[in-house]
Design a protein around this ligand. Structure first.
Ligand code: SF4
Length: 78
């Protein structure tokens, strides 16, 4: 299963689109209105990334491949 997404708190302006309109149960709201991710509920599909108008919902960087692996430590696309 993909890793949970995360919220960049500096970028989030608390517009509420992700937790009110989009309505994923894995997205919660902090006092003050900024969003956060319930990691235990997030399936990592990333559909919420599209709804944030300020790109505050992000995917964690992929783990680096070990040296000598088929990808040779080169960052994978997608
Ligand atoms: S849609 Fe983006 S800016 Fe709006 S509350 Fe969610 S994470 Fe924050």
């Amino acid at each position: 299963m993909p890793k949970p997404v995360f919220i960049d708190e500096d970028a989030c302006d608390g517009c509420s689109i992700c937790y009110s309109t989009f309505g994923c149960p894995a997205i919660g709201v902090k006092p003050g209105g900024k969003a956060f991710i319930h990691n235990e509920l997030c399936n990592g599909n990333g559909s919420c990334i599209q709804v944030c108008p300020v790109q505050a919902i992000k995917r964690p960087a992929p783990a680096k491949a070990p040296a000598g692996s088929p990808t040779g430590g080169v960052k994978e696309q997608g």
